[in-house]
Design a protein around this ligand. Structure first.
Ligand SMILES: NC(=O)c1ccc[n+]([C@@H]2O[C@H](COP(=O)([O-])OP(=O)(O)OC[C@H]3O[C@@H](n4cnc5c(N)ncnc54)[C@H](OP(=O)(O)O)[C@@H]3O)[C@@H](O)[C@H]2O)c1
Length: 320
């Protein structure tokens, strides 16, 4: 089978598509034929080995884990002897946290991982990236912000993977939503349900004094110091992107600024959030925004496109 591998840090060209051996499931695992997998910002950072402090965990001189990709959707081809929740032929989706390796044709994953049956009303393409934008933004809006009906949230980067997910989740929660994006993405962001849109090319949301209960900087393009005046007096700045400013204020003002790495959440809590998202998809209350799809053989191109910082929603690798 074909697998995306990188054995050194660097530009997208370090990725190779190699022939690897098809894995065999352990007793508690299922073997999945991958139909679609995600390529995310985190994948490009792991591949590049940036920021450099990340190498303390990833491997100092070269990556310890040479596989790429965490999100996937596919069909179960075989099951281990102790598997009870899934059977051959089930269409499942989810993520392979930390061990990665979904940018491939087959993978084995434990049945108690962050996986579930794929709702019939969504495609493999829609399902594969759900654990990036939706799971991260749901964690921020539900568990960290505990956003309530009528509260006003500003979503900076409303056209990204996390942003397009956050807009839809905030609307489900009954919040008033202001989305920030560039001119070309205004119509898309409006179509997702925002109440107000701010074009960051022509306007500066930080001038709106005492306006928002939450600022969710989903792309790390602002910080608490720059935007605090736009928050109400008891408002909260939340972001999935760590910077020195965020690190400083999240420690010194923990009631004002919160950062979290969603993947480090307790697996049971993450699974619960994931299953709630599955319900929303089944009820057709969420939709995945896909910018581009690539074949596995084109994954280098996918990484290059992602690094432009201009992608809209998600990037997906399709296995034909
Ligand atoms: N902590 C966690 O658990 C966690 C989990 C997943 C991801 N992340 C991080 O979350 C971040 C977001 O990832 P992503 O995939 O959603 O998006 P992304 O690829 O990083 O960003 C793409 C979007 O950013 C928008 N953008 C660029 N400059 C902007 C600006 N100045 N103001 C507002 N929007 C701007 C672009 O829209 P325009 O062209 O319209 O400006 C584009 O649609 C990444 O840094 C990723 O590493 C963290």
């Amino acid at each position: 089978m074909k697998t995306a591998i990188y054995t050194s840090y660097g530009s997208p060209e370090v990725i190779q598509i190699l022939e690897t051996e098809k894995p065999l499931p352990k007793s508690n695992e299922v073997l999945v034929q991958i139909k679609a997998s995600s390529v995310t910002r985190a994948d490009t950072m792991m591949r590049a080995g940036t920021p450099k402090f990340g190498r303390l965990f990833l491997g100092f001189f070269k990556p310890k884990n040479t596989s790429l990709g965490t999100g996937f959707s596919g069909i179960i081809e075989s099951v281990g002897s102790e598997v009870t929740q899934f059977k051959i032929g089930d269409k499942i989706f989810g993520e392979k946290l930390f061990s990665n390796g979904t940018n491939t044709e087959f993978l084995c994953i434990a049945e108690d991982s962050i996986i579930a049956l794929k709702p019939n009303n969504i495609s493999h393409q829609w399902a594969a990236p759900v654990c990036d934008g939706f799971l991260t933004s749901y964690n921020f809006l539900k568990d960290i912000a505990n956003i309530q009906q009528g509260q006003h949230i500003l979503i900076n980067g409303a056209s990204g993977s996390l942003g397009t997910a956050a807009v839809q989740i905030a609307k489900i929660k009954g919040a008033t939503v202001t989305g920030v994006c560039s001119t070309k993405n205004i119509e898309l962001v409006k179509s997702l349900g925002v109440d107000f849109v701010i074009d960051h090319k022509n306007d500066d949301f930080t001038k709106n004094k005492n306006m928002y209960d939450f600022i969710y900087d989903s792309v790390g393009k602002t910080n608490y110091s720059k935007s605090k005046n736009a928050l109400k007096s008891n408002g909260l700045f939340i972001t999935p992107v760590l910077s020195l400013n965020v690190l400083y204020y999240s420690i010194s003002h923990p009631k004002k600024v919160k950062f979290a790495a969603t993947g480090l959440k307790q697996p049971e809590e993450l699974k619960q959030l994931f299953l709630e998202l599955v319900d929303f998809f089944e009820q057709k209350r969420l939709e995945t925004v896909i910018d581009k799809t690539y074949n596995l053989s084109e994954i280098i191109e996918a990484h290059h496109y992602l690094e432009t910082g201009r992608k809209v929603g998600n990037i997906v690798v399709i296995n034909q």
